[in-house]
Design a binder for this molecule. Structure first.
Ligand SMILES: C[S@@+](CC[C@H](N)C(=O)[O-])C[C@H]1O[C@@H](n2cnc3c(N)ncnc32)[C@H](O)[C@@H]1O
Length: 339
């Protein structure tokens, strides 16, 4: 079991038998190990897939919004790394609790839990740490009266982006990649105007949907599918398509878990570098999967930090790797499947 779940398990007496809202849990068996009336909200599709084997459908929700669960005795937020995402979640959770109900914040010390007191401050007084173990902390506070009802619109950011050939209105929410701006890597990828092979194109890790919006307009003979593991990204991608009058299929997937059929192309600003220069294991798995999913003559076009050693991996799994564009930080790679 994850450290976060272990620290919660140590305080089992606070939770057993209660009707609890659990938000952003890890993909483990915490909900089976503590006997409570669990209601779970996750925005992570890998967690959804894992907990679906342990919880009935009506107790588990994968969404950008927290369902309006009623009669809660308490709520537990596993604090996400992005501070803004934690604030966004709390703004939805607290109004669901009756004044006086406890809210618990749990997380890794190197993650967002160090900000527990600050996060809880708008919702009451007397936040206190009740446990610290396994590199994690558990905080609690009783919520005060007067939490404002949640308004999605006030968390949504809209940006107008000008590319050489078109303009795009991008919608984003807290914690969605490059919230409120166009990432420099994605911009470089979009500077490449060479057409994609016609057919089904996968936008892997679509985020707020900027790549498909631009590329679908440039490649009218292609059908775009967009996947992301994050429910907030999927919601934003839908909004972005709507704002820009672009059509594509959007669905959740953890890696290629839910992607079916062979692809004429895949485009991505992929998520798989952890910041550790030599950790290429996730990237390697992705390139390996691409070998099976690309049609003969299908193209993989990605942008990545120039320091990552992707070309050798791409060549080992797909085929000769060309650099289409580069600047001092990023490179746009293209490889075509043999056939
Ligand atoms: C670098 S961002 C790129 C976002 C967008 N394509 C852009 O260019 O702005 C990578 C995206 O991959 C998503 N992601 C991370 N892990 C994933 C996984 N296992 N499966 C699918 N998507 C994932 C993230 O949520 C994020 O939206």
């Amino acid at each position: 079991m994850e450290n976060i779940s272990q620290i919660l398990e140590r305080s089992e007496e606070l939770f057993a038998g209660k009707r609890l809202l659990l938000v952003n849990p890890p993909a483990d068996d915490l909900v089976s190990s503590i006997d409570a009336d669990w209601q779970v909200w996750t925005w992570d599709w890998s967690v959804q897939r894992s907990l679906a084997t342990q919880l009935d459908e009506e107790r588990l929700c994968f969404s950008h919004l927290c369902p309006r669960f009623e009669g809660l005795d308490a709520a537990i937020l596993v604090v996400p790394k992005a501070l803004e995402r934690a604030e966004y979640a709390l703004a939805q959770i607290v109004p669901l609790l009756t004044p006086g109900c406890p809210i618990y914040l749990v997380g890794e010390k190197k993650g967002g839990i160090s900000r527990a007191e600050k996060l809880l401050q708008p919702y009451g007084n007397g936040a206190r740490k009740i446990d610290s173990a396994r590199h994690c902390q558990l905080w609690t506070m009783q919520v005060a009266d007067g939490a404002e009802p949640f308004e999605l619109g006030s968390w949504q950011r809209e940006v107008h982006i000008e590319l050489a050939d078109q303009s795009i209105d991008l919608v984003s929410l807290p914690g969605v990649f490059s919230h409120g701006r166009l990432d420099e890597g994605s911009q470089l990828l979009l500077e490449e105007l060479a057409p994609l092979p016609p057919g089904k194109v996968l936008d892997f890790g679509c985020g707020a949907g900027v790549l498909t919006t631009a590329l679908a307009r440039r490649n009218p003979g292609s059908r775009f599918e967009m996947v992301d593991v994050d429910a907030l990204a999927l919601y934003c991608a839908r909004q972005t398509l709507e704002r820009n009058g672009v059509e594509a299929e959007i669905y959740p997937s953890d890696g290629l878990s839910d992607v079916h059929g062979r692809l004429a192309a895949v485009v991505s600003n992929p998520p798989f570098h952890t910041g550790i220069k030599h950790d290429t294991s996730i990237a390697e798995r992705f390139f390996e999967q691409m070998t099976r999913n690309l049609l003969p003559g299908g193209e993989m076009r990605i942008v990545a930090n120039g320091f990552l050693r992707y070309p050798a991996l791409i060549e080992a799994h797909i085929g000769p790797c060309n650099v289409l564009r580069e600047n001092n930080r990023f490179k746009v790679y293209s490889a075509v499947a043999p056939g």
